[in-house]
Write a protein that binds this ligand. Structure first.
Ligand code: ZN
Length: 447
């Protein structure tokens, strides 16, 4: 009797499991090193030490790709990069290449950057203005190769599509710290560590996508080697813990968030280790299944800057700061040519897996308030929130931060060469766009 019972139970288990995974989702995993070959100009700090090329390579940087596919209309490609951020031009270029090659729609492609401040500059970057023509050529050449490498990582993932089981969970890490004025009463943080586990039907771990909302600025401006910062070390740590897997880091809404403590390679390694341990804890705990179908939305919303202030830029032209003068010069040029510099087309994206998980991805250096707002507004949804997605054009403050002023509200726009600050409806416009894309994938605000 016993001998018969076991096969029956096994068959029943397989049938139940098959039903549970009825979405028939395939996942492909790809990776390509994007470590610079030869000279590289590091991006992220206006520091005199950065006025020469990188002096070494601490570890490889990577473009890593995950393709989730049920069918060509039910799929998504997620690419993570150990970079400060992708420019609008490069994001458009990659999207076009993947559309031509695989028919991937714009909403089916999510590009996220870790925002490490010790990675090569990507063309075109505001920081390029003090470079000589040969140096610009170096940046341009790196960027051309970067596009090829990202496509190669996606090619590898597409070629390796195989049935997989996907699970999600959340952990915590506590080294993220709100870096704005310590006297402020509101200093929010988001210590969530969202985790996506990808395993074979037999349960063998193949990849893990994990996030955190914290600037990759553990390493300071006078650090001059190529380095993925804490996110780079966290990925290395996980790939050591689970040999053969691909670990992908995606950055959250950390515009106003720094790691603490910071300043040395040891600090970056320490944060990487604690983040990897948090991910490991999630992987060994109870996880929720993530199933097809995959629905995606990608929309842009016009964000307005404050009205153009001709007098301000004329005054800035005679101040001593070269960055202020450069912005003023470009703004006056735009004004004289009649170009419209009154708004920015800002992308917002949503990816939903069945009713199991939604990934909300916002462009730019999004401050943490947006992630906290989204998690509260859609609290019934299992939500992963990414910033630094698709393109990084400047900081994205809230109305509160605009009112308080400071770097994330105003002065950072000088370095990004934009006519900031934003008008104070920026938060309302973005929240409206987020609600729109969430509605598009079937998620309404929770009551
Ligand atoms: Zn930043």
């Amino acid at each position: 009797m016993k001998k018969i019972l076991i096969p029956i139970l096994t068959v029943a288990f397989i049938l139940i499991t098959a039903k549970l995974w009825a979405g028939d989702m395939k996942v492909g995993i790809g990776r390509k090193a994007i470590t610079p070959q030869g000279d590289a100009w590091l991006n992220g700090y206006a520091n005199p030490a950065r006025l020469k090329p990188a002096t070494g390579i601490a570890h490889d940087l990577w473009a890593k790709a995950l393709v989730f596919e049920e069918s060509p209309t039910s799929r998504v490609v997620i690419v993570t990069t150990d970079l400060l951020g992708l420019s609008h031009e490069i994001s458009v270029d990659i999207a076009k290449r993947l559309s031509d090659k695989y028919g991937i729609q714009r909403s089916q492609l999510l590009l996220n950057s870790s925002h490490t401040h010790s990675a090569p500059m990507v063309w075109p970057a505001a920081g390029m203005f003090y470079y000589k023509p040969d140096d610009m050529q170096t940046v341009y050449k790196y960027t051309r190769q970067l596009v090829e490498d990202i496509i190669a990582a996606v090619d590898m993932a597409m070629a390796g599509l195989a049935p997989m089981q996907v699970w999600s969970g959340h952990g915590e890490a506590d080294f993220a710290f709100n870096r704005r004025d310590p006297k402020l009463t509101i200093r929010p943080v988001d210590h969530d560590v969202p985790v996506l586990k990808i395993a074979t039907p037999g349960g063998e771990l193949k990849a893990v996508l994990f996030g955190y909302a914290c600037h990759n600025t553990t390493l300071p401006g006078d650090y001059t080697e190529v380095n993925g910062d804490y996110a780079g070390y966290a990925q290395i740590e996980l790939e050591k813990m689970y040999p053969g897997i691909t670990a992908l880091f995606f950055q959250g809404c950390c515009g106003d968030i720094n790691p603490n403590p910071r300043g040395t390679v040891e600090h970056a390694m320490q944060h990487g280790k604690s983040l990897a341990e948090s991910v490991q804890k999630v992987l060994t705990g109870t996880l929720q299944p993530v199933r097809a179908p995959i629905t995606t939305r990608y929309e842009t919303v016009e964000l307005e800057f404050l009205p153009f202030d001709l007098q301000l830029y004329q005054n800035d032209m005679v101040t001593g700061d070269e960055y202020v003068q450069r912005r003023a010069k470009l703004m006056l040029q735009a004004y004289n040519k009649g170009w419209d510099v009154s708004k920015y087309n800002y992308p917002v994206q949503c990816i939903r897996f069945g009713k199991d998980l939604t990934i909300l991805a916002m462009a730019g250096e999004v401050v943490v308030d947006y992630a906290l707002w989204a998690k509260q507004t859609f609290k019934k949804e299992n939500l992963f929130v990414g910033g630094y997605s698709n393109e990084v054009m400047c900081y994205i403050p809230t109305k509160r931060i605009l009112g308080e002023g400071g770097y994330e509200a105003n002065s950072s726009m000088i370095y990004y060469v934009l006519p900031g600050p934003f008008a104070d409806n920026v938060e309302e416009r973005i929240q409206g766009a987020v609600k729109q894309v969430m509605k598009g994938v079937g998620v309404k605000p929770s009551k």
